[in-house]
Design a protein around this ligand. Structure first.
Ligand SMILES: O=P(O)(O)OC[C@H]1O[C@H](O)[C@H](O)[C@@H](O)[C@@H]1O
Length: 553
């Protein structure tokens, strides 16, 4: 592979960063009145303004040249044509096929996968319509109006985020719960709110071997039976790629919704993993979500890089990460219903591009995926934005908002939007010491106080942000937004030369936890002194065991 940091394009970008070091974004805006028109674009119902980044035409030219040097367009073609671009697992990456409503066919290893996708969607549709119409009931004949989705990671974050985002589309009277953590408190708290007669447990796991999910599913089944539940088959369905493990767990494969190896866990909400979404908002709305994503896919496949929203978002991200030095990236939705978007993107982005080895197995020579974090605005403003404005690190950020709220209430949304706009303006402009001093003087502040206060009130500004706007948060625009991020992550992975579709970094902890589990004492029980680990881990096991042994059962 081409080592990006050794290319002339990378060197040109380094030189750009040096040249721009002394110019402030204020000046870039003052010097070029067309900046907003030049550095913004529309696609699939989304509008992206990336003008508040420290970029120029030269920077963009060099970023596009870098994308060409690593053959981003070729890689994009290889993904869509079903090549096994997930090289360490020898798998294709075809989540886009799940939402392709054109007549296009997709092949994996010579096999046409399109009919399988359509058949599974049909199965989901008819299952959901049975539940919604009351044709498919629980063991006592009551409607199944409650869903408990048991899954973790990609089998939890996507459906949960979407269900939360599309509240106004909820079918009246239906409730959804999401249980992910192996911490039994989450399951216990959920079970306390539901009725076995009216609950459908949706066990979601690509592998069907994940400790957390299997433990929660076993405990949920036990609770169901202990609480008078009968006919487990009516109350438990599975979403998985692993038929064998689903059968072994005791779920009839008739009650299984299937997806395939070529759908990565964190890219799976479009597959059978979306069943909990379908049950909460209806199949037509789920289809609209898929269609929105498909619109973005079509844009991504066909638009030249200079007019390609996911590619530009990715390249500007590379600029901020590798040349401006932003090691963290904030995702800041100004929409309360997008509450779970930052958590969703933490997995999507950090599990995809948090890699230190390139696809050739060499340690990379440049920074890769940033730390992703975020909270909905305006809550974040009253918590961590202090650091965004005046901290010692440059943190890039995406500000996301709908122009019209899903529930307009008085002037709340105008207030929300005024904050949304003010924050990116403030981060870009900053406030000079001169401006601070003038303000204090106008307020009648005495000279010694001005001298003492002024340095604290200075904002450096020049801090990079993207603004993503949509008319309204709907299934379509949400689909497009998620697909935008999926493709952004893909493009960055290609530039950085990493495999965005494996996740070996989660394995070591899983293996060690397995060896520690039998060493932990039950409540009021006892276990031999731990001696197989490092001194810290042994010491902590012994301390936990002593606390648990002394506790009453
Ligand atoms: O869907 P599952 O097979 O249960 O996997 C659930 C999650 O756990 C794994 O450890 C991976 O890190 C995630 O990518 C995955 O989404």
């Amino acid at each position: 592979m081409i080592e990006p940091s050794k290319t002339p394009e990378w060197s040109a970008l380094n030189a750009d960063a040096e040249n721009l070091a002394d110019s402030h974004m204020r000046t870039l805006f003052a010097d070029d009145p067309a900046r907003f028109e030049k550095y913004s674009l529309e696609a699939a119902g989304l509008f992206l303004d990336y003008s508040k980044n420290k970029i120029t035409d030269d920077v963009l030219d060099h970023l596009i040249a870098l994308a060409n040097a690593v053959d981003l367009e070729g890689a994009r073609g290889r993904m869509f044509s079903g090549e096994p671009i997930n090289s360490t697992e020898n798998r294709a990456v075809l989540h886009a096929a799940l939402r392709d409503f054109s007549m296009r066919d997709y092949f994996v290893d010579g096999e046409k996968v399109t009919p399988k996708i359509r058949a599974e969607l049909k199965k989901m549709e008819s299952f959901a319509s049975g539940i919604h119409s009351g044709g498919r009931t629980g063991y006592s004949g009551k409607p199944l109006d409650t869903v408990v989705n048991i899954g973790i990671g990609g089998s939890d974050l996507g459906p949960q985020m979407v269900v939360e985002a599309l509240r106004p589309y909820w079918i009246k009277g239906r409730r959804s719960f999401f249980v992910s953590n192996v911490d039994g408190q989450q399951l216990t708290d959920t079970l306390a709110q539901i009725d076995p007669e009216t609950t459908l447990f949706v066990v979601a796991s690509k592998t069907f071997t994940t400790q957390e999910t299997m433990t929660n599913a076993e405990s949920a089944r036990k609770w169901f039976i202990d609480n008078g539940g009968k006919d487990v088959a009516k109350h438990f369905v599975a979403l998985s790629t692993n038929r064998y493990a689903v059968e072994a767990f005791g779920i009839d494969t008739d009650n299984m919704f299937e997806f395939w190896e070529w759908v990565g866990g964190r890219y799976s909400l479009w597959s059978a993993i979306g069943l909990s979404i379908v049950l909460q908002i209806g199949f037509e709305n789920f289809k609209a979500l898929l269609k929105g994503a498909h619109l973005m896919d079509e844009h991504f496949r066909s638009a030249p890089l200079r007019q390609n929203m996911p590619a530009l978002l990715a390249l500007v991200g590379v600029w901020n990460r590798n040349f401006i030095g932003a090691a963290s990236h904030a995702v800041l939705p100004y929409d309360q219903h997008l509450l779970r978007l930052p958590a969703y993107l933490q997995q999507a982005d950090m599990e995809s591009n948090g890699k230190r080895t390139n696809i050739d197995g060499e340690v990379v020579k440049h920074a890769t995926g940033p730390i992703i974090f975020g909270e909905p605005g305006t809550n974040g403003q009253h918590a961590f934005y202090q650091l965004l404005h005046q901290g010692t690190d440059i943190i890039s950020a995406d500000f996301i908002a709908p122009a019209i709220s899903q529930s307009e209430t008085g002037d709340h949304h105008e207030k929300l939007l005024s904050n949304f706009l003010a924050q990116t303006e403030a981060l870009m402009l900053g406030k000079t010491e001169k401006e601070v001093r003038n303000e204090l003087r106008e307020d009648g502040t005495a000279k010694p106080q001005i001298d003492a206060l002024a340095p604290h009130k200075v904002f450096p500004g020049d801090r990079p942000t993207n603004t993503i706007l949509m008319e309204k948060l709907t299934p379509e625009t949400l689909g497009a937004l998620i697909a935008l991020y999926e493709h952004k992550i893909f493009c960055q992975g290609i530039v950085w030369g990493v495999n965005s579709f494996d996740q070996w970094g989660v394995e070591l902890g899983k293996v060690l936890a397995k060896s520690i589990l039998p060493e932990l004492s039950p409540i009021a029980g006892s276990k031999p002194e731990a001696a197989n680990h490092d001194a810290s881990t042994n010491g902590l096991i012994n301390r936990i065991n002593s606390l648990r042994s002394q506790a009453k059962d």
